[in-house]
Write a new protein. Sequence first.
Lengths: 436, 300, 317
Amino acid sequence: MSTNRRFRRRLAAGLSVAAVTALALSACSSGADPEAAAEEGGELTVWAWDPTIEDVAAAYEEENPAVSVEVVNVGTGNDHYTALQNAVSAGSGGPDLAQVEYQATTQFTLAEALVDLTEFGADELDGTFAPGPWEGVRSGDGVYGLPLDSGPMALFYNQAVFEEHDIAVPETWEDYVQAGRDLQAADPDVYITNDTGDAGLTTSLMWQAGGHPFDVEETTVGVDFTGEGSQKFVEAWQPMLEEELIAPISSWSDEWYQGLGDGTIASLVIGAWMPGNLEGGVPDAAGDWRVAPMPQWGDSGFQTAEQGGSGMSVMADSEQQALAYDFLEYAAVNGGKEVRVDDGVFPATTADLESPEFLEREYEYFGGQQINQVLSESSAAVVEGWDYLPYQVYANTIFNDSVGQAYVGGTSLADGLAEWQDALLAYGEDQGFTLE
Amino acid sequence: MAPPTLRVPAPRRSRLSTPSNPRRSPLLTVLTGIVLLYSLIPLLWLLINSTKTQGDLFSTFGLWFGREFSLVENVWRTLTYDDGIFVRWLGNTLLYVVAGAGGATLLAVLGGYALAKFDFPGKKAVFAVVIGAVAVPGTALAVPTFWMFSAMELTDTPWSVIIPSLISPFGLYLMWTFASQAIPTDLMEAARIDGAGEFRTFLQVCLPLLAPGTVTVMLFTMVATWNNYFLPLIMLRDPDWYPLTLGLNQWNSQAGTAGGDAIFDLVLTGSLLTIVPLIIAFLFLQRFWQSGLAAGGVKE
Amino acid sequence: MSVTSSQMPAGAAAPATPDPELPVSPRAASTRGRWAGWWFLGPFMLVFVLVFIAPVLYSLYLSLFHTQMVGGTQFVGFDNYIRAFSDGAFWAGLLRVSVFLVIQVPIMLAISLLVALAVDSGRLYGRDFFRISIFMPYAVPAVVASLMWGFMYGTRFGLVGNLNDFFGWNLPDLLTPDFILLSIGNIVTWEFVGYNMLIFYSALRVIPSSLYEAAAIDGAGQWRVVAAIKIPAIRGALVVATIFSIIGSFQLFNEPAILQSLAPNAISSSFTPNLYAYSLSFAGQQQNYSATVAIIMGLVTMVIAYVVQLRGMKQEA
């Protein structure tokens, strides 16, 4: 991959009218000492969409006066990865550090764009982070980032609406579907939840059900949505779609925020980072919302999954990898992490997840509920062994081309998933992966 | 060397329209009024909703005012949000418009003049090549252009937006047709006989005659640069260099991330503030634009 | 209608009228040296080569290779082109923009022409107000227009929803697969009716009065004047506007790209060829194939624009 990058870079330089010397590949900084680097100082560029990283940078600069950190928000969602991928293939203009969601880590690891942090002793942090996020930044024996936050899932529900229609908080998915029916029967304007086809939600629910649709071993990939776990999702969701129990409102749209505020959307099964979005985006519903454990698929014990969540990685093109690691460690496990937790980020560090102070924090927005009790419990029950595809970002962008059609009556979920599966395998083969 | 003294008045076509003074027709006015409403209602919607708080935006009728009139507050919040990044975007947009549209106009005027008034080797090929390249979708050029600019270390700088903005094939075409009509060849001959060099002939004799066409091209390139979205999307990463269009889209999509702040009210107010300067420019310059278009855009 | 990168209004491009052999005094050319014109055209061409020609050549070059995440880059000849010709997603996108083109462009141009004729007729009350107001949407960036209409299309809280509640109507959800092309067509029409109207109106303004006087002597009525004098006189403008609109339709991108987050199941990643090329390249890291798709689209666009130009010219002659 890197020879290919160099090749393209040379080509681009040759084609350009003003010939510019191609940047030399950054020297490997193996063996450098992060702390010494921080004392020596320098300038770091960080690409992150999370607004709390700004606060971390400010705190870090205060402790390390010789270092200046510039935080740049290069775009949200896919725009972020597009910019990062472009910088990687151009071989210049990229940051020293980048925020990367767990689902995207393998893609950039495979492109040799991220530094293996074991050279700075990151492997010794084993046990510091909750298992889900820690798995998300590792690949083989390497550690390609440190977890910043996590998104163990839970049921966020509008208690006012539930009480008004006398609906019990569902404990199983069966109950959940029934609650959807009851709500619709009571008031056709009220839906149990919204969904217009969301790859992240779909795969996370399969994850929780014990499914393992993506199987990745080095450059060998397998995709199979016919397994038991994946099918449980289909069996629950298909009738909800057919009976029109799910509001056809796209998440994150203005209508979504409106629906969360006025009771149209009565609940969400979503990652633990949601409280901040509710407080900020749905201020009118303060006091109405509560958090409950994720509905369960069956009797195999309490199980949950992660949705979203991100780590931060040191880029291979960075010329100050040691200094970058010092900042990263600060942001993920030291003072910077404290700053972020104070800002309301849901942590990935076990020490915080288990600290009484964190667990007993009461949230006024949630009627004084100690929501971290529920969320932390969820974090500990995440099913292990989940894999994301090494091209998950792209996979998710084409999700609606196939599976999404089931949401507008064009096909069934099972057929849509089969079509997605074919598309993902074809893409994998085209990209040179070995198919299982 | 005597300066060219010849002053031949520019050929002026008298502005004529349908003969006589036709009677006003209420029926026609009403029918055309439908299109008028179609054009204005969305703008009215934007204006009205810019006066609402986010709460009212979500809960009150779209074509009437909300419970609170908070236009001033919205404008203030738009301008000060995130340390006044909107003002920075406005400044960037102005920079891109002045440098990009200004430069594009200059190049188009020079080039159109050359195509209209000179014979030179390769002239026929020029326009074929320009048109051919334009038909290739911008998305196709984006990645290669990005890699080239990246190799020149121009990405994430204002240059990466300004340089591609310098080319306006439509402007070149407009100036070509305009110059061939507006500048009598005899006049250039006279200047040359008087001993004026090519550039002097251009600057002192021809350029004044090209003024209406120049204004037209400038307005078109201005609108194009002001509305530019795709290219900056690819080239720029640092929001400090964003133009307004990109910034507004970032505001709109920031509601979609964990920890993101949903600011749909500011997106609407920001949209309004983005449109207003252009509308003012239109109203101000529309007379020039009219005459330029009439003479240059279309031949009889 | 969505060309933002190439800096043209409304996807402007092909000229219908300029004649490459405009009369130039032979003396001017000979006395001043054959290359004098290049001094003036040179700066334009220099930048043009940098931002258009070089990337096009680069794209042509890229289209002959295949880069994989695993395995690197290989020369594959015309494999990418062969793949494109059997790629259902690409052809479906092309068909979609063709349908869009065949329906939206005539409607938009017809409205523009009728308004231009109405304004030009002098029979409107408040003519200037009409002209300026209808032109105004052109000042709205495609991004803002799409965001705005996206808000308004909402059946729950948008204007459509408001109207349904208020009048008890039952307007459909315009962001579903059945209506999405219509919704996009509406945004594009809204943006460009005024722009095209102004082009037509400007052309109408320069029709020599002698033609009208002749018609008056013949006792021709309003409609006869329109059909026999006005329309033929502005044929050039009609051809130009048609070609711009065709290129704009084929390059449709901004509007569907922005609406995609609101209507993810109605607007697929290959909804229009341009969107497809973008998705392949930026999300899918398939730059080689993306370049191929874009080049084919460029060729198709050129051919169609050329045919329209030829036909337009023929009728004019």
